[in-house]
Design a protein around this ligand. Sequence first.
Ligand SMILES: *Cc1c(COP(=O)(O)O)cnc(C)c1O
Length: 716
Amino acid sequence: MTGPLHADAARLRAQLLELAGNLWWSWGIDGSSIFHALDPERFETSGHDPHAVIAGLDDARLVRRVDDQGLAGRLDEAVDALRAYLADPGTWGHAHAGRLHAAPIAYFSAEFGLHESLPIYSGGLGVLAGDHLKSASDRGLPLVGVGLLYREGYFRQTLNAEGWQEQSYPVLEPEAKAIRRVEVAGAPLEVAVETQTGTLHAAVWEVAVGRVRLFLLDSDVPANAEADRSLTHRLYGGDERMRIRQELLLGVGGLRALRAAGIRPGVLHLNEGHSAFAALEAAAQHIEREGMTLSEAIEEVASRTLFTTHTPVPAGHDRFHEDLLVEHLLPIAKRLGVDARGLMAFGRVHPDSDDETFCMTVLALKLSQRVNGVSYLHGRVSREMWHRLWPERPLHEVPIGHVTNGVHLPTFCAPRMAHLLDATLPEGWREAQSEPETWAPIRKVDDGALWAVRQGLKRDVVHEVRRRAVAQARRRGEDPSVQRALESALDEDALLVGFARRFATYKRASLVLEDLDVLDALVNDPKHPMRFVFAGKAHPKDDGGKRLLQTVFRASRDPRFLGKVVLLEGYDLGLGRALTRGVDVWLNNPRRPLEASGTSGQKAVLNGALNCSILDGWWEEGFDGENGFAIGGGEVHRDVALQDQRDQEDLVRVLREEVAPLYYRRDASGRPTAWLARVKRAMATLSWRFVADRMVRDYAVGGYFPAGGVQLTEAR
Ligand SMILES: *Cc1c(COP(=O)(O)O)cnc(C)c1O
């Protein structure tokens, strides 16, 4: 090998590693296209992992690919842009977050959905947390994330030839990703949490999410007993004992990790109750370090803690039996000066009821002064559910509000659409994305330009669906005729409806397939044909969810629907992004009011797709009659079977009588003018409200700043 080649390669490799070392590559620039261009095959087979691409290129090939693809200039620009982003002194957070810069917000979550190459999330809760970090970074808010490093992550999904879900758990090697050990005084950081039956240890890693640091705890260290090394291997696996040990590491270990790294959080934000032990640990620290009494410490912690609840059903809240709680929390109880009974009282609605298990949500409610649900409707449902904790107050005075979820625009808005927005919206629109005026010009955008973008996005998704569907059928060893049909699956000229989310039963994935003759009439309507694409994972222990998958799979192999109703396996952030960008209609039919917010439909909005949804979660407040489609009128029936039947009937009616006719009504140039008008209205009325930028600013202004003692000098 010659010297200059080697020097070139070393420089390029350093640039690529700098870029891949911060997840900003996945949203701040079109980083995917760079890593894809370097090695398309490896980028795809590795699940879009830039480190796999970099590691797979030897020096000679690296230099050649950069030359062939003309990437040198783009790489220089990308690295410069990353450095400029990280160094920018002019952010909103810089101007407004005051003392929080010295004492940041600590955001705790059991999962973070940042990118498909980092599978430490299972669904919406994680994606929300990932979007929260990214938007906090974009805004320059001083915030650190705390989570767990799941080395086996959430599972990889395949469907067998019968359409039954199978799980596998590829092992994540942190060293091979953008994950670094946190070091303190030159030594890798490890934290310990003592229990009644031994001490748990965890290594502390960190991921750079733009300007935000995400700390991840990992129990797979030699200091742990063999059985505890696998504690954090899997997300939502294991039994109750495993869960409490994970949650102990997350909350208590997480807070200790921050302190050990020299971070004294000024505000705690608990994203769901899993991490609520952090608040008990914080109280114990106040007692020890500042000599507070228990009630002073609790009050101090509560004044600085925000709790976001996500679960609209009582059964969905994390609960632990007394023996497990005592085994794991008694050391903290002692520091708080309470006995086992006093400890249990933190997690009981009625402190004296001995048969009540310990509820993490109750703990979080008692130790947070600021509590919110994740949509207007969910706030109301949560007030009703927890009224028992404040029995003396009228319902509307139960101290639970709402901050409606939003999605991270740079992650989910496709480059094609972003270019149109660049040409249409005022300069600086990204910084002003949560202001309604910013989006007003979209109402006047040229139909031809908008339609061209929409059709381009649809072509992209149709190709992606075909590619995946064919590969999956081949792997399953399905009949060549099936593979051939999938090679030309879907149709760029037919109305395309998408449905992708976790296959939890309340989301009713198979609702539109309840009656296959009715579906046949929709799909094979000669004038108004319709195509469907589905994806989603069922929890490994949820046979009900797996049966829904199988129902969809079987329909997709029915000769009437082959290539017209497609089910893709392997739902993850990447597939979710692709589908929400390209379909015409995003379908959402949960059993009201069980979808606390839902966010996938918000991703669709940013790409000009229309939502067709039950009036639940965010859609209840987003729908205005003309910016999408509503299924039902928000009714809830006591009889679940009746509710399902009514919703199914109305869903079919809306698709047949409202959605399809509007889509197929064309002007002289072949464009669906009325449809496009609705798309524009959707973007103008929904985009600014349901982005994570708006959400994070709501949390900051309404929660973080007052909790952290920051005066907001300039109203936003
Ligand atoms: C956006 C997203 C979700 C959330 O979808 P809902 O429709 O809100 O349930 C779940 N999983 C992935 C991978 C996502 O990208």
